[in-house]
Design a protein around this ligand. Structure first.
Ligand code: NAD
Length: 291
């Protein structure tokens, strides 16, 4: 069994980005700049945004965090996005989701200039991804593709089962794995909450990508020998074994499943750090595509 080490791989990627940033600067170009908008003070969102800002520093990217109270109006938020869209010093913009209920998330996503949409959520970028055209891939699916690439996991002709059909993970993941490229060329089954006989399907998976948000949902009984398991889930559960009183669990019961796997990602230290690394890579790409 091989652990797909997202922590190490993401550090490698951040070092590669830092080298490219140094090259940009020495050729007289400016430092790539990511702006992040955070609305409210949800604990998980704060953690994610802070991790993104810290990762920018590590890779030599400039970052700007713009904060709003959770009662900010949609109009005010859209005006701030428009200001960043017009700001030539900023290459990439992300708005941390979820947003308060009174704000239309799709309207916000669509208001970001596609060429600054380094989260890859804009319908225009999703369309380009589907057509296999150059674009910003959504960061989590892109991180999974990068892990499969760097660990030389064979995907062509394999059966890939994806659990979860969210717009940010499951759905784009299923599209990427079916594309005519490497990694890709899989026969893909996209499963979701209405899927019947899920276990019968997951047991046929050569590659199982799990993104449903239910701690330790997938057990050894649901997978076949030699499977490659990618665990996207992050659930914070109470624990009396950690100092903080919390621990993070994936959607896969790691200890139960690992011995049947050819490859598996751990939680934490698997897909999570890769997501952030790919966001930085997209920001670098956005900066380079302007120069
Ligand atoms: P979501 O919450 O938007 O959607 C969950 C999906 O799971 C839905 O499509 C639903 O149909 C499906 N589902 C629910 N119950 C099911 C069941 N019993 N059987 C089959 N399918 C079922 O999902 P999301 O935003 O993609 O998040 C999923 C998990 O991934 C969460 O734990 C989230 O925190 C985590 N996540 C991690 C990263 C990362 O960087 N590691 C990034 C994004 C999300």
């Amino acid at each position: 069994m091989i652990i797909l080490d997202g922590k190490k791989t993401s550090n490698d990627i951040k070092e590669e980005i830092a080298i490219e940033v140094a090259e940009l600067l020495s050729s007289g170009k400016k430092r790539p700049h990511l702006a992040a908008i955070l609305v409210g003070n949800d604990g998980a969102s704060e953690t994610y945004v802070n991790a993104k800002v810290k990762a920018c520093e590590k890779a030599g990217l400039q970052s700007t965090l713009v904060r709003f109270e959770d009662k900010v109006s949609e109009e005010e938020l859209l005006a701030a996005i428009e200001q960043i869209n017009q700001d030539v010093s900023i290459d990439g913009l992300i708005v941390q989701l979820p947003l308060p209920k009174h704000i239309d998330e799709m309207k916000v996503t669509e208001s970001i200039f596609p060429e600054k949409d380094v989260d890859g959520f804009h319908p225009s970028n999703i369309g380009k991804m589907t057509l296999n055209l150059p674009t910003f891939l959504p960061a989590t699916p892109a991180g999974i593709i990068e892990l499969l690439t760097r660990y030389n996991v064979e995907t062509s002709g394999k059966h890939c089962v994806v659990i979860g059909r969210s717009h940010i993970v499951g759905s784009p993941m299923s599209i990427l794995m079916a594309r005519n490229c490497d990694p890709g060329n899989c026969t893909v089954t996209l499963t979701h909450s209405r899927t019947q006989n899920l276990k019968a399907i997951t047991k046929t998976a050569d590659i199982l990508i799990v993104a449903l948000g239910k701690a330790e949902f997938v057990n050894a009984d649901m997978v076949k020998e030699g499977v490659c398991v990618i665990d996207v889930g992050i659930s914070r559960v109470k624990s009396d074994k950690t100092k903080s009183g919390w621990k993070l669990l994936g959607d896969v019961a790691f200890d139960d499943v690992k011995d049947k796997c050819a490859y598996i990602t751990p939680v934490p230290g698997g897909v999570g750090p890769m997501t952030i690394a790919m966001l930085l890579k997209n920001t670098l790409l956005a900066a380079k595509s302007k120069s």
